[in-house]
Structure formats: structure tokens, C-alpha cells
Design a protein around this ligand. Structure first.
Ligand SMILES: Cc1cc2nc3c(=O)[nH]c(=O)nc-3n(C[C@H](O)[C@H](O)[C@H](O)COP(=O)(O)O)c2cc1C
Length: 195
């Protein structure tokens, strides 16, 4: 992988800046640092990332008509060697902030399937790594089942071939994850695995 691509795009999507998924992503990012990956972090819940309008304008030139903060994220989706999304469960699926960002990747879908271009080199796509971090309040791991097709789609459409998830059920209050034995270490280890 080229040096310029050797970085982790860390997408914090929960509105709780010091919440459970954010703490886990902090640990993963610090592990990535140990693996000599730079880290580019974005707290997307406090950015201006609007939902997709389904205007299909991206079908014409592969660009999104909405000139909001998604324009800051887009270039990284093509160049980051690793992409981690931390998204809590809200109402039985990933939070709306995360879903809005994923829906805005319709632009990437359009580039590939309408304009028939591959913006990411296939060799690089195979090397890239994805991570999905989530927590939910109910002590029921099956709560995460609904997130899997959406996250698989996200990593597929941004051309990240291999991805892993790290999820914890029964974690509700902000910071509660710190009391879950081994949780932070598992997140850090995922980051270190980038070496
Ligand atoms: C609007 C909202 C909806 C939620 N819906 C669910 C849910 O459907 N199932 C669940 O187990 N927990 C639910 N929770 C709890 C969160 O998943 C839990 O507090 C999680 O630890 C939050 O992660 P964070 O600290 O990273 O934001 C909900 C929380 C909020 C604020």
C-alpha cells in the first residue's frame, strides 16, 4: 500500500462524543497508530451531512448536488487504507447519522453501476480493511443482525473488500463500555491488526 493511503478514516457517528462507540473507536484508532497508520477522524453527528435527496443527479456526472460536509468525507472514501465506522443502535438499526452518510454513498454506487467506472483500483480494494463498531442497550446480541446487510453494503460500495465488526450488547449509559472486561483491548487489537 502506498504511504499516502496508509491511514485510518475514523467515522464517529454517534451524537455522544464520549459515548460507548466513540470510546471503542478511540481505542481502535490508537491501535492503528501503533501499527503506523495515521488517523483522520470525523465526528459526523456534528457535521452538516444531509440525507440523500434521490434526485439521481449523480447518475449524470457521479457528483452529488448537495455541497455539504459530505464533500469533506468523499475523497477519503476513495483513498483511506482502512475505514472504521462507529455507530450505535438507535431503534433497532444503526443511528440515522450513520445511515445518512451511507445513503450519500449512492454517488459511489452511481459511479460504478450507472457510469460503469471503478474509482478504486481492484488491488487496493483487496488490501483495504473495514471495521464496524456498535453498541446497544438491550442485552441481546441479535439486535445487531439488522445492521449487517447495511454495513456489508457500505463496505462493498466504497470498495473495501475485507471488514470486521466489534459489537457489544447490554451497554447503555455513556462510558459503560469501560466496565466491559476486555472491550477496549479488543478494539485496540483490531487497530493493531492493520500492521
Ligand atoms: C434514540 C435512541 C434509540 C435507541 N434504540 C435502541 C434500540 O433499539 N435497542 C437497543 O438495544 N438500544 C437502543 N438505544 C441505546 C443505545 O444503543 C446505547 O445507549 C448505546 O450504548 C449508545 O452508544 P453511544 O454511547 O456510542 O451513543 C437507543 C438509544 C437512543 C438514544
Amino acid at each position: 500500500m502506498k504511504d499516502e493511503n496508509r491511514y485510518l478514516l475514523a467515522l464517529y457517528t454517534s451524537p455522544r462524543r464520549k459515548g460507548n462507540t466513540a470510546l471503542l473507536l478511540d481505542a481502535l484508532a490508537s491501535g492503528a497508530g501503533e501499527a503506523s497508520y495515521r488517523v483522520e477522524s470525523f465526528h459526523t453527528a456534528s457535521m452538516d451531512i444531509r440525507p440523500c435527496r434521490a434526485c439521481n443527479r449523480c447518475f449524470k456526472e457521479g457528483e452529488c448536488i448537495q455541497k455539504d460536509d459530505m464533500q469533506i468525507i468523499y475523497p477519503h472514501l476513495f483513498t483511506a487504507g482502512a475505514v472504521a465506522m462507529a455507530a450505535p443502535i438507535f431503534s433497532m438499526n444503526i443511528c440515522a447519522q450513520a445511515k445518512a452518510l451511507i445513503d450519500r454513498c449512492q454517488r459511489l454506487w452511481s459511479i460504478r453501476y450507472v457510469l460503469e467506472k471503478s474509482p478504486v483500483d481492484e488491488g487496493f480494494a483487496a488490501e483495504r480493511k473495514g471495521f464496524f463498531i456498535s453498541c446497544c442497550g438491550r442485552d441481546k446480541p441479535e439486535t445487531f443482525a439488522c445492521t449487517r446487510p447495511t454495513m456489508a453494503y457500505f463496505f462493498y460500495i466504497i470498495q473495501v473488500k475485507g471488514w470486521e465488526s466489534l459489537t457489544f450488547a447490554g451497554v447503555d449509559e455513556a462510558g459503560e463500555i469501560l466496565e466491559v472486561e476486555g472491550a477496549m483491548e479488543r478494539a485496540r487489537e483490531l487497530g493493531r491488526s492493520l500492521v
